[in-house]
Design a protein around this ligand. Structure first.
Ligand code: SAH
Ligand code: SF4
Ligand code: F3S
Length: 473
């Protein structure tokens, strides 16, 4: 679903990529919808749930928004720029709507939740505003909007997990899939808007997760990524099987579906990832040896202001523990520059933390104050933008060096790679990932492998974000 770009600053995490499902059998459906997603993987996964709900209600997907009866934007509020992207996109759709008056425009996701009906005042062309826990009510809201009323549902729920809805995987490579295991977030990182846009944390029924993953495997998929804002706090009391399922147990259950099914997960919070999880990862070859462990800052003082609830030393001990239990584990991070009161010394702590952790890659951002967050209420956004950006550049430079080191160290090694499809540049080459989540590109030659096969690849060269190799038979 996303390419890891580690040589560029990502101002918007995994954003800007439009998700527009294939048009399939349009004749089966009375109407057509077009959906674009922004933000994190959870939003992309939600769009697949929305697609499923709409299919059941007579809407078929189209990739061409000009022929759509309904345009949906699944939005993100994480940084100001993310919201700006959506506003710009809406002006494009405004022109289309002018030419096609019956067409409806709906805003879904985090920005809908944050702005609620204010959205309708700000963006007059929007007909529907639907928060992340209200997608089941979409069909009713569409009917309401069709009568010319503005339709809004932004109620957050303590229970909704969409557990029983089978997502429609329309834009997939048929090999890798994302599976939501929980929703919401109970952490109150002071910079973060997610607890407000996604509501309380709740875990999805383990049985339904395992069923979804098994179905995927039976349909030819070879890799699932278990998704949540904080997967380590997954906790489900399964009354039917009289069992309390922790994240480590869920990982194990997923890994046991088949040794041929790879398991990944995202995101881990450094305070919550347990030894039990690490040992489970080590025990199963098919649980990928890769952890996204966002540090945010290397300064204990800033971490405290961020309400991350760990210190620099605690984080370092976690990294050591990971390396002890899985010496070959890949590691990546999210980093914010210029948080409130950050000094040059705090910034230097972030750089030295990066060196310590030797991240394979990172998503790097400068701090963007979000309305309603703890930081907005408590602290002054006092670091001037040029300083934030200068520090961000230094962070990016550091990461570039670390990535280069990490990728060149792999030269000469042989990895088991899951083929995901053709390489972007040439259909004579395959693209796939190793367990550590690094992308490998290698010539197909005449081996007759296909998408979804595992293949051993020896690395001959490395660019900053890709390993180049050859198949070893
Ligand atoms: N749940 C995940 C992160 C979700 S948001 C976690 O806890 O790690 C993805 C990343 O966006 C965060 O890790 C953080 O680095 C960044 N981010 C969140 N709020 C931000 C803000 N206000 N300004 C800049 N970056 C932010
Ligand atoms: Fe935001 Fe923190 Fe929750 Fe991640 S853990 S979603 S950064 S509040
Ligand atoms: Fe954005 Fe919402 Fe995800 S704010 S990062 S889409 S949870």
């Amino acid at each position: 679903m996303q390419d890891y770009v580690n040589d560029k600053v990502q101002d918007e995490a995994k954003q800007g990529e439009a998700f527009a499902p294939f048009a399939y059998d349009p004749n089966n459906y009375k109407k057509k919808f077009y959906i674009e997603s922004y933000g994190c993987q959870m939003n992309f996964a939600d769009s697949e749930i929305v697609a499923s709900i709409l299919n059941e209600n007579g809407f078929g997907a189209t990739r061409n928004f000009e022929e759509a009866d309904l345009i949906l934007l699944n939005t993100c509020s994480i940084r100001e720029k993310a919201e700006q992207t959506v506003r710009n996109r809406l002006t494009t759709f405004k022109q289309i709507k002018n030419e096609k008056p019956g067409m409806l425009i709906g805003v879904l996701g985090c920005m809908a939740e944050r702005l609620k009906s204010k959205f309708l005042e700000e963006e007059k062309l929007v007909d529907m505003v639907v928060g992340p826990d209200a997608y089941r009510t979409l069909p009713g809201l569409i009917e309401e909007a069709e009568t010319g009323q503005k339709a809004v549902n932004v109620l957050l729920s303590r229970e909704e997990t969409y557990a029983d809805i089978s997502p429609i995987r329309l834009d997939s490579n048929g090999v890798t899939a994302f599976v939501s295991i929980m929703r919401g977030c109970n952490n109150m990182c002071s910079f973060c808007v997610v607890p407000f846009t996604r509501g309380r944390e709740r875990s999805r029924d383990a049985v339904s997760i395992i069923k979804e993953c098994t179905d995927l495997f039976n349909n030819g998929y070879k890799e699932v990524t278990l998704l949540g804002q904080n997967v380590d706090s997954y906790y489900f009391v399964d009354e039917v099987n009289d069992e309390t399922v922790t994240f480590a147990m869920l990982l194990e259950k997923t890994a046991m579906i088949s040794p041929q099914l790879r398991v990944r997960f995202s995101t881990s919070h450094p305070k919550d990832i347990t030894d039990e999880v690490l040992h489970t990862m080590a025990r199963y070859e098919n649980i990928c040896k890769y952890i996204h462990l966002p540090v945010q800052s290397g300064s204990s003082r800033i971490l405290q202001l961020m309400n991350r609830t760990y210190t620099r030393e605690w984080y370092m001990a976690k990294v050591n523990r990971i390396r002890e239990i899985m010496p070959d584990c890949g590691l990546s991070s999210d980093i914010i520059s210029g948080f409130c009161t950050e000094t040059e010394e705090d910034h230097a702590d972030t750089l030295s933390m990066m060196e310590f952790a030797k991240y394979d890659y990172s998503y790097m951002f400068f701090y963007s104050e979000r309305p309603g967050t703890l930081a907005e209420r408590r602290y002054k956004d006092d670091i001037p933008e040029p300083v934030k950006k200068k520090r961000l550049r230094e962070i990016v430079e550091m990461q570039n060096r670390l990535s280069k080191e990490s990728y060149s160290k792999d030269i000469g090694n042989t990895y088991k790679v899951l083929i995901e499809g053709n390489s972007k540049k040439s259909d004579k080459d395959w693209m796939g990932r190793n367990s550590q989540n690094k992308v490998l590109v290698f010539a197909k030659e005449n081996y007759g492998y296909k998408k979804g096969d595992y293949v051993m690849v020896k690395v001959n060269a490395a660019t900053q974000g890709t390993l180049l190799g050859t198949i070893i038979n």
